[in-house]
Design a protein around this ligand. Structure first.
Ligand code: SF4
Length: 320
């Protein structure tokens, strides 16, 4: 039987086996309050996707159109109860950040002629010959650069943090996706991994050799085997604990995990099924056994025009 993994799931085990157990074995699903940073990231990604779809169709949208698209996406998700991690910033500051990211990106990349093949491309990679281990994910944008004759995997980042090139060399996600691209388009094709750190107006590119990718593939299979044979899931404290959704139940921090419920075989079948959200790219359990908090109902902005009017600075980028 094929076992499906995502990069997020594998990374979760590597960062902290206990966190992996909470999430993927005990099915403890935390209800995370939606942050304004996630709304910003999603709206920027959607606007760039919209832009490149139009470019593929032979039309280059104006910056005004891209920002209007961004504004629409923002309004879809924005509500007054979003968590704001930086108390020095207001929602309008965040909204304007997105406009600046897009305006800078637009100016530097117009006419967007890297020959984009697909946006939000679904990646399916069988890691072994017997197709026992399958990896799924999404690429923000895939292009075939006609000048360099290289495939390009583009990934957009809207967070403030920026890793070094050496740190990105260790990043497995895009490298694994590039194996799938090579399988689809030819093992000897060259693939460049490109991260766009929009908050820093910086692009970092990395190339992997076939030997490095083969090694990564073998290491990933070994990691999956290690996960599947694991009987103990020790906690692994690190600076990532600050952002861990399980901190409040983590024994490593003196907290008590919830008592695990008795398993119901019928329910187990249902919980073993997962789906991948094309928007969040996260695996979403169809059923869940335990929730940590009760989700709050949050009012959505009903009147979109009213919301648009809340952001007059948009007009700064819109030509007459
Ligand atoms: S808080 Fe830290 S140690 Fe505890 S589960 Fe999360 S990542 Fe692991």
């Amino acid at each position: 039987m094929t076992k499906i993994y995502s990069y997020t799931k594998l990374a979760s085990f590597e960062h902290c086996p206990l966190k992996y157990k909470f999430r993927y074995i005990d099915w403890i699903i935390p209800t995370v309050e939606k942050s304004i940073e996630s709304v910003l990231g999603k709206a920027v990604h959607s606007a760039l996707e919209w832009l490149y779809i139009r470019v593929k169709q032979g039309y280059i949208p104006t910056i005004d159109e891209v920002i209007i698209e961004y504004s629409k996406e923002w309004q879809e998700d924005f509500n007054e109860n979003l968590v704001i991690n930086n108390p020095k910033l207001t929602p309008i500051d965040y909204f304007n950040k997105g406009i600046e990211f897009l305006a800078t990106y637009y100016t530097q990349n117009k006419p967007f002629d890297e020959n984009t093949l697909e946006t939000e491309k679904k990646i399916i990679l069988y890691l072994d010959e017997n197709k026992e281990y399958k990896l799924q994910g999404f690429v923000d944008r895939l292009a075939y650069n006609l000048k360099t004759k290289e495939y390009e995997i583009h990934d957009y980042k809207t967070a403030n943090s920026i890793p070094t090139k050496q740190e990105l060399e260790q990043n497995k996600q895009l490298a694994l996706y590039s194996i799938a691209i090579k399988k689809e388009f030819g093992e000897n094709k060259r693939v460049t991994l490109i991260w766009h750190f929009l908050a820093h107006n910086k692009k970092i590119e990395i190339k992997k050799t076939n030997q490095e990718l083969e090694k990564l593939k073998k290491e990933t299979i070994e990691l999956i085997k290690k996960i599947e044979s694991a009987t103990e899931f020790p906690h692994q404290k690190s600076r990532l604990c600050n952002w861990c959704e399980y901190l409040s139940i983590c024994p490593a921090w003196g907290n008590t995990p919830p008592i695990k419920q008795e398993k119901n075989p019928a329910k187990d079948t249902a919980t073993s099924k997962k789906e991948i959200s094309p928007t969040t790219k996260q695996e979403i359990p169809i059923k869940k056994e335990i929730t940590l908090t009760t989700k709050q109902d949050k009012p959505d902005i009903k009147d979109k025009q009213e919301s648009l009017d809340k952001y007059p600075t948009t007009k700064k980028y819109i030509k007459d």
